[in-house]
Design a protein around this ligand. Sequence first.
Ligand SMILES: [Cu+2]
Length: 738
Amino acid sequence: MQLGIYLLVAATALDLSVLAYPSPENPWTRPERLAARNVPERRSGSGLSNCHWDNVIALVELLQPNKSAALPYLNGNGNAPDRYARAAIQFQATDEPYIQDYMVGPLPISSRTTLQPLNYYYNKGVGKQRVYHTDLQAEIKFYAQIGASVADITLDLWNGTFMGLANDSIYLKGFEPLRISHRSAVTWGQFWGFPIGNPDDRAAVLPLGLYVKVDIYGRDPSKWSVHGWFYNGIFYRNTRAFRKAYFSPGFKKLGANVDGPWAQLNREGDPLPMDTVAAPLQVQPEGPRFGVDVKEKYVEWMDFSFYISFNRDTGMRLFDIKFRGERIIYELGLEEALSHYASNDPMQSGVAFLDTLEGFGRVAFELVQGYDCPSHATFLNTSFFTNEETRTHLNSICLFEMDTGHPLQRYASSNAVSVTKSMVFTVRSVSAVGNYDFIFDYEFYLDGSIHVTVRLSGYIQAAYWAHNSDYGFKIHDNLSGSMHDHVINYKLDMDVNGTANSLMKTTVVPTKERYPWSNGDWVNTMKLRKSFVNNERHSKINWSPNSATTYTVVNKDALNKYGEYRGYRISPVTSSTTFLTVQDSASLKKSGGWATHNLYALKQKDTELHSASPYNNLDTGNPVVNFDKYFDGESLDQEDLVLYDRPPQMINARSSMAIVPQNFHLDNPSRATRQQVRVTFGGGKLAQAEKFGSRHATCNFDMNNAAPNLEAYKGDLVVPKYPFLPNNATFVPVLPGS
Ligand SMILES: [Cu+2]
């Protein structure tokens, strides 16, 4: 296979990290560099020269090494795992385009190196998926033809047209995922106002409430068809029926959502009092109190150490997280993020974005110093693959320590008060996925806890307000806030006291007890009920009401000196306990198995690497990874456990889960910090302030050093949510006004 040769050549250029003192080689480092390769021979004999009929290399990046190979190396009794590249080719020189994954390795190229299909972690049996969106410019042209067929109506309704012309002021587009069935690929499109000026996702708040159903199956646009219209709660079977109704007496015309300052990102409102005074900020007077091996992306802060990895689909991942030199987590990373909408309109009703298709790593933008992260943060670059080459996102991960501003510990008595500062270390990246920016944090606490937090910001994808008060609140002239669930799934591979782990369940239950001292009376009280989740048949878990039940990963053979299991507990930080509300979603089909519960426990397997795949989005009824199939009755008793957890429902666009030591330490590790004080007093005055050896910086700090250096900001690529074009991250649909 000709392309295979080019993959071999491309993979040769993977930059192989060498052992860097003092940290061992990071087996999960992404290749930092991949030479651009011109692949002229990739074109098939189709005779067409349009690029959408060319096969393209959609991805070349490091294939995550198997845990079975990496663990012996990490434990010092094995060699570094062989490096393989994961490569994907999108075959477009065919009537039935598809994308397929390959593995190339071991690297560097030697007589042992082979190219073979990458199938082992796709439980469909093959890492291959049909792609129904390949002729994107033709799609836009098709939508423009539809726009032209009702240009008189759109002109009358909104004083605008969409015909693929320079003076168009509205547009029409379909939404993901396509509803795939036998020889049909259906989506509902909607007309939207086009934002004034640069194209951006502000369009998401400019819906116009006219919907059209299309079938874009196949590669011959002349066979694509319109299957109905929807307006003001009424369905019309075809364009003729809609036009006839529109021009009949009494047809009710609704208002538009029009772009304006209300939809734009500017400071607005009256200035706040004293807001011209420089705001408080934290500084790092004597430099960072953590270590980063930039090349190996290895980090040490206080009692923690870990490696950072990065890939196109899910962005930042952490590996080999140790506390006091003891591994507690092998792997922690995002798996998938879903936004499932609901409305009475057919478009919003069907929208269920599975965002890894966009590639969280691909859109992990350069961070703005002093705003995204404190100015004193350390910034790291990441790389991503697009246009058949690897490119760099500058300063796209930040690491910083800060004082949360509230005491971590406090105790007052009649002659003393003791207070400990809460210092937290954060690793952050931001992915700009269409109308939402995802802010991903891993926060490390002095007591050995880790918080995983996602914050969402950006533009909502609003719905047009028409008869849908049951699906959201009216937030502007003709705009519904449009209810939707965000479900975000993480993989958490815990190794607590080794890999032989069990999931302990502790429930607080109300009870009625008779005690020897209660004189025969029943006492209404509560007690702990302890058990284990022993099998994958029972390992789809929902948080219990009133936080009654906790789940803790333990090793039954590792007890502390009091006979308790040393463990780490998984629990939500934010209080809501919801999962995906929609049941048996017609949009998600078999691709939403990870979104139905709060927590899942599975036995670790190299062949069950992820809960989802970006390729699922391309045909949700035929996923390459069907999470439900992982639950096949295997024992979870003293096995290597992997948890899949979703932080609960977005409340104030923030969601967080905690991984907390439970009987793991005999002491409280946070007591080791010097950042505490014990003030003793008596007789109305201070007796002593014990500072435990902590120092306050006494230098004159130049505040210029705390100011963000915005001049250094380079900016980043713009990647629209739609459509998906793997070989061109900068692709922007040709739309009016752009
Ligand atoms: Cu949202």
